[in-house]
Design a protein around this ligand. Structure first.
Ligand SMILES: [Zn+2]
Length: 364
C-alpha cells in the first residue's frame, strides 16, 4: 500500500479498519487489499460449490506494485513458468462508480527522468554578475516552460498520442470535481477527458533540487536538478519517449546551458485485446455480477507489472478489473471500500472462473 499521509487528518486510524454503513475505511481497503480478497473469495466460492470446472487457477499476490514492481521482472525470469495461464486477472484498476463496473482496456506508461541544468562552475554574487550571465534557475524555468503549449498540452516533438480503444468518456465536470481543481482554474489539453488523460502524453515536474526560500541567498545558482514524471500514451515505448524528451530538452536548453540526464524509472504502456475471448467472458461476468453493463475504461495511470506480464505471456489475455469506486480515494486520506462493490466484484470473478472452460465456444 501507499504511505498514510498525515495520520492526523484521518477520521480513524489508517491501519485499524473502520466500518461506516456500506464503507470500510483503512489504508489499502480499496487499493489493493480488496483485490486480493476478491480473488481468494472467488476461488473459495468455487471450491465450496465442489464442481470440477476443468481449469487450473494460480493466485499470485504481488506486493511491490506501489513502488513500481522493481523485482517482478527478475521474478518472472526465474519462476515465470509457474504463473503461465490463458488469462490473467489483475484486480488493481477501477470502476466508474458503485453502480457501473469498469473493464480497463489501456494504461499509460511512465518515464521518470532527472534533468540537471548547469550554467556556472560555482555560485556567484547575483548583483555582481546578474544580467550578464544566466543562472541555472532561469535556464531551468525557460526549459521547463518549453515542454508545454499555451493550452497546457505537451509540446515535445516525438511524444505521440495513442488511438483510443474505448468510446467511454468521463464527464469533465465530475473529473474536475474529483481532481479538487480550484474554482477559476481552467482545464488543460485538447480533446475529450479520455483522449487527454489516457491517450496523450503528459509531463509533470515532481521535484526540484534548489535552495528552499528559508536558505536562499542573493546568488546566481550554478546548477539545478528537476525530476520529470512523464506518462507515455499507448503505442509508444518508454525508451522512445525517453529519447524524445532528452532530444527536446538538449535542443531547447537556453543560452547553451549544459544539460545532463539520469534515468530514474520507467514502465511500458498497456493496451488490452478488448475483443479477445477472455475479455468477452469477463464483460459478461461483470454484467452478471454487477447487474449493469461494464464500461471499457482507459486509465491515465500506470501499473508497471502489467506490461511485464504481457511481455512474459504474449498469448495470455490480461484482464484488468477493480474493487474501487468513485469515492475510494486510493492513495488519499480516508481511503475506503464499498462492501457492496466488493461483493459484486467477487460475484463477477466467480462467474468468470466458472465460465472460463467455455473457451472456444460462443460465450453469449
Ligand atoms: Zn495504488
Amino acid at each position: 500500500v501507499q504511505p498514510t499521509g498525515d495520520e492526523g487528518k484521518w477520521t480513524g486510524k489508517p491501519f485499524e479498519p473502520r466500518r461506516d454503513g456500506d464503507r470500510l475505511y483503512a489504508r489499502g481497503a480499496a487499493d489493493d487489499k480488496a483485490g486480493v480478497v476478491a480473488h481468494l473469495a472467488a476461488v473459495r466460492a468455487l471450491l465450496a460449490a465442489g464442481t470440477d470446472l476443468g481449469i487450473g487457477v494460480t493466485v499470485f499476490i504481488e506486493g511491490e506494485e506501489e513502488i513500481g514492481s522493481p523485482t517482478f521482472g527478475l521474478f518472472l525470469d526465474q519462476y515465470g513458468d509457474r504463473l503461465a495461464g490463458d488469462a490473467i486477472v489483475v484486480a488493481d484498476s477501477g470502476n466508474v462508480d458503485g453502480v457501473t463496473p469498469g473493464q480497463t482496456v489501456s494504461l499509460r506508461g511512465i518515464v521518470v527522468l532527472d534533468v540537471t541544468v548547469a550554467t556556472l562552475r560555482t555560485l556567484v554574487h547575483s548583483g555582481g554578475f546578474g544580467g550578464v550571465v544566466p543562472d541555472a534557475m532561469m535556464a531551468t524555468a525557460i526549459l521547463i516552460a518549453s515542454m508545454y503549449h499555451e493550452d497546457g498540452s505537451v509540446a515535445v516533438a516525438g511524444l505521440t498520442r495513442g488511438e483510443p480503444l474505448t468510446d467511454f468518456v468521463k464527464d469533465e465536470a465530475a473529473f474536475r470535481s474529483q481532481s479538487t481543481v480550484l474554482d477559476g482554474v481552467e482545464s488543460i489539453g485538447r480533446g475529450t477527458t479520455t483522449e487527454r488523460n489516457a491517450y496523450s502524453p503528459s509531463i509533470t515536474v515532481t521535484g526540484i533540487d534548489a535552495p528552499s526560500t528559508a536558505r536562499a541567498s542573493n546568488v546566481l545558482l550554478p546548477s539545478v536538478t528537476f525530476r520529470i514524471a512523464a506518462r507515455v500514451a499507448p503505442g509508444q515505448t518508454s525508451a522512445d519517449a525517453t529519447e524524445a524528451l532528452e532530444r527536446h530538452l538538449a535542443s531547447h536548453a537556453p543560452f547553451g546551458a549544459h544539460v545532463r540526464f539520469d534515468a530514474v524509472a520507467g514502465g511500458e504502456p498497456f493496451a488490452a485485446n478488448a475483443d479477445g475471448w477472455a475479455a468477452k467472458l469477463m464483460t459478461d461476468a461483470l454484467a452478471t455480477g454487477w447487474d449493469a453493463e461494464p464500461a471499457h475504461l482507459a486509465q491515465g495511470g500506470s501499473i508497471p507489472f502489467v506490461p511485464l506480464l504481457s511481455a512474459a505471456y504474449p498469448d495470455a489475455e490480461i484482464l484488468l478489473t477493480g474493487v474501487g469506486d468513485d469515492r475510494s480515494r486510493a492513495h488519499g486520506i480516508d481511503e475506503s471500500l464499498s462492501l457492496s462493490v466488493l461483493r459484486k466484484a467477487i460475484t463477477a470473478e466467480t462467474m468468470f472462473l466458472a465460465t472460463m472452460n467455455r473457451r472456444g465456444t460462443d460465450a453469449r
